[in-house]
Design a protein around this ligand. Structure first.
Ligand SMILES: Cc1cc2nc3c(=O)[nH]c(=O)nc-3n(C[C@H](O)[C@H](O)[C@H](O)COP(=O)(O)OP(=O)(O)OC[C@H]3O[C@@H](n4cnc5c(N)ncnc54)[C@H](O)[C@@H]3O)c2cc1C
Length: 474
């Protein structure tokens, strides 16, 4: 469904001719996320300034055009896919740093700013911005706000929501909500900043964010160890948490992931490795090195094949390999689903075992890596969606994994969000009363349900069968 010609003209008048794309060739790449489904946008608007968003949003909203807000489109659950007949609102050109206050430790930035650039900006001021998803080089501030993203350092520092002081948001009627402030201690009214963080673009467009920086750790050291059996590493992760060395990251990779990462990045891991643990320590001068050495000793005492402390470039190479575990696995199969479930950390080893058992029971190839310290597991389904039998088996597997983690008091998504992938499972975690409360919040801010209508909260627009292989228009 095309955007009416008069409406397209009015949008072009605001953003300029070259910033409004509506030919299939120009819009093609905006139909992809890091999720195995493609949708064809009716148009893409490349905003360059917030004033343009304030003018364009009411035009589209008044004409009932469904919209999706997009940073870099790298999310894994299909959170930024264009709805049928819908427009992609892209913030990729809005990358300005508007203000830095190193004394008060905040920066005000446009929502399209790159997260790695923000980490570097903080570093230039002797400060630190901890949100650190695996693909940090590629993603935007708006994207990590949309998903409340986290990654490895969430164990030590928490997720994105801990580092957002304020937001400017444009709603469908073009009004600007200036939420929060420049200070950490602010309890004025409802915490609408937190409401927007993790709302997956379902409520309005974040145009600007005030980010909280913290002190840069004085020392930084990492430890890697590999083990001869798959569960041994998972059990030791729990043991290490009990030793209270205070790792800021504690990551686990099972045998398949270890192998894929070794093949892709050549870390020099033993061919006997059936699982891998990687821990990271921060602290005042030298204390991280001391903790890393203690950690290494514990790993070796518990049967590690090898354990090595790494810092500087060697540590960077190690973390890059771990961060790119997902693309490393993508090389081995046609369709990849990166699952994202959480259990209380006490149950982490049991969950690793159970998920592998469920994979075998449903004949689904599963690789698993995890933010072990948070009990946060990423079972990755290595499958082929062109085969309906495999699709049906992987659906059953996912549902059973979800029911299992919920039985332990866990959550169906820890950082990827619901997207088109998980919307259908919300009812397993939340009953009607909770979903109804969320829906009422959604409709208070987006009364027509036009922002990201395919996903949570459910407004009746979600696709019937969102999983398809290859290029397909919903
Ligand atoms: C290799 C790889 C590794 C990854 N590792 C991690 C990881 O460790 N931890 C983790 O949490 N995630 C991880 N991810 C997922 C990805 O990093 C996150 O989902 C990230 O937040 C996406 O950022 P983006 O700019 O691409 O956002 P997009 O994918 O464009 O958007 C994400 C969501 O935010 C919304 N949104 C975007 N901008 C705005 C805005 N300005 N206002 C309102 N809503 C907005 C979108 O509508 C969408 O719902 C990984 C992905 C890949 C491919």
């Amino acid at each position: 469904m095309a955007i009416p010609a008069d409406l397209a003209t009015r949008v072009r008048d605001v953003v300029g001719r070259e910033a409004y794309l509506d030919s299939p060739a120009d819009t093609l790449s905006y139909g992809f996320n890091s999720y195995p489904l493609y949708t064809q946008p009716a148009a893409v608007v490349l905003f360059q300034a917030r004033a343009q968003i304030e003018q364009v949003l009411p035009l589209l909203y008044a004409r009932d055009v469904p919209m999706v807000i997009r940073g870099s489109g790298t999310n894994i659950a299909g959170s930024a896919l264009a709805p049928p007949g819908g427009v992609v609102l892209s913030l990729e050109r809005m990358t300005k740093v508007l203000e830095v206050d190193a004394v008060s430790r905040y920066a005000r930035v446009e929502a399209g700013a790159n997260v790695k650039a923000i980490q570097e900006l903080a570093g230039q001021h002797g400060l630190f911005f901890p949100p650190n998803p695996g693909n940090v080089d590629a993603i935007t501030v708006g994207g990590i706000i949309g998903c409340n993203s986290s990654g490895d350092l969430a164990l030590g520092y928490g997720a994105t929501r801990e580092f957002i002081l304020g937001l400017d948001v444009v709603t469908g009627d073009g009004r600007v909500l200036k939420l929060g402030s420049k200070v950490r201690k602010d309890v004025t009214g409802y915490d609408l900043v937190r409401l927007f963080v993790g709302s997956e673009g379902t409520l309005g467009v974040v145009v600007e964010a005030t980010l909280r920086f913290i002190e840069k750790p004085g020392s930084d050291a990492s430890v890697i160890a590999t083990f001869r059996d798959e569960l041994g590493g998972a059990e030791l992760a729990l043991e290490l948490l009990g030793r209270r060395l205070g790792p800021v990251a504690l990551e686990y990779m099972d045998e398949r992931t270890t192998r894929a990462v070794e093949e892709a990045f050549g870390l020099g891991l033993s061919p006997e490795s059936r699982s891998t643990l990687i821990a990271r320590f921060h602290g005042p001068a030298e204390t991280a090195n001391v903790a890393a050495e203690q950690c290494r000793t514990i790993f070796l005492a518990h049967g590690a094949i090898a354990s090595e402390a790494r810092a500087g470039d060697a540590a960077q190479k190690l973390w890059r390999a771990r961060h790119l575990a997902y693309p490393a696995l993508a090389r081995v199969c046609p369709t990849l689903y990166g699952e994202d479930v959480v259990v209380p950390p006490r149950h982490f080893p049991a969950a690793v075992r159970r998920i592998h058992e469920l994979g075998k029971a449903h004949q689904v190839e599963v690789a698993l890596f995890a933010h072990a310290g948070d009990g946060h597991l990423h079972p990755v389904l290595l499958t082929d969606d062109s085969d309906p039998a495999q699709r049906a088996r992987s659906d059953r597997f996912v549902e059973e994994v979800i029911l299992y983690v919920l039985s332990l008091g866990g959550a169906i998504t820890g950082e990827h969000g619901l997207g088109v992938h998980k919307t259908r499972y919300v009812g397993h975690q939340y009953g009607e009363a909770e979903r109804d409360a969320m829906l009422r919040i959604k409709l208070a801010l987006d009364p027509k349900g036009l922002f990201n209508p395919m996903i949570f909260p459910v407004t009746g627009h979600e696709p019937k069968n969102p999983r398809r292989r290859g290029v397909e228009i919903l």
